[in-house]
Structures are given as C-alpha cells and as structure tokens.
Design a binder for this molecule. Sequence first.
Ligand code: ZN
Length: 156
Amino acid sequence: MTRAIRHIVIHCSATPNGDARFGLEAIDRMHRERGWRKIGYHYVIEADGTVRRGRDEDEIGAHVEGSNAHSIGICLIGTDAFVWAQWEALARLARHLEDRYPAADMLGHRDYSPDKDGDGVVEPWEWLKTCPGFDVRTWLLGGMEPMAANVLPDAA
Ligand SMILES: [Zn+2]
C-alpha cells in the first residue's frame, strides 16, 4: 500500500558541518536512544554525498510533529553548510521524489511552526528551529542550485 505523500521535508542533523563521524548509523542510534523503533528519516545524505535509506517510503516516519503520516523526511548531515556532493545528491533525490509524488510540496523543517499540537513537550524535532539551515524555497526557486553561503568547501 502506498501512502499519500503531501510533503517532502528537508532536515539537517545539526551535527558539525562535514563531519563524517555522523551518518545513518549514528542518527539511527540517537533515535533509538529516544525510544523510537529506528531512525525517523526516510533518507540520510551523508557527509560525502552518499544517500542512505532509513525508513521505507511506505513507512510513516518520525521527523516532523503532526505531519509524519503524509510526509517523507530527508536529513542532510551537517548544520547549515554542505559539500557539493551533498547538494547534488539532494537535488537528484528531490527530483526523483517529485516525479514519484507530483502532488507533494517540498519544504524545510523550519517552515513548520513549532509545537503545533501544543502538548507542551519539546519534541526532538523542535530542538532545531533553523533546520535544515537554509531556505528550501529559495533553493527551489533557484533551480536547486546551492546558495553560496551554504556550500562547504571539500576537505583538502
Ligand atoms: Zn528537522
């Protein structure tokens, strides 16, 4: 059964930019420590641009409060600057998901207002008010070209 996908949500891991110690396994471990079954995102774009699968697209994720049922979550490793390979991988994945879910909007986590359900609990996704560290709308309007301020130079 295929879920109806209305939102494709871009996140960052809020780990140091370019730090390859953080990747799918690290995020999976952190999310399990929070008591989740497994990693909450559907995709992780690692520090070298490798795209890793988290949850299956047909599985409900755990990444954006109140909107998990009809969304897919992508997590870029880093905070607000990403290497060219990560940007390329994001654009490729975004185009693939747009083709697959033409009715879905693409947006950044910070485009949601925090604590929508007003339960007073600061959920993990509320820790990152600036997530994913860049303006997704600007990126989309610019044809998915990375903004200079958000490009991390490749390590020498
Ligand atoms: Zn987020």
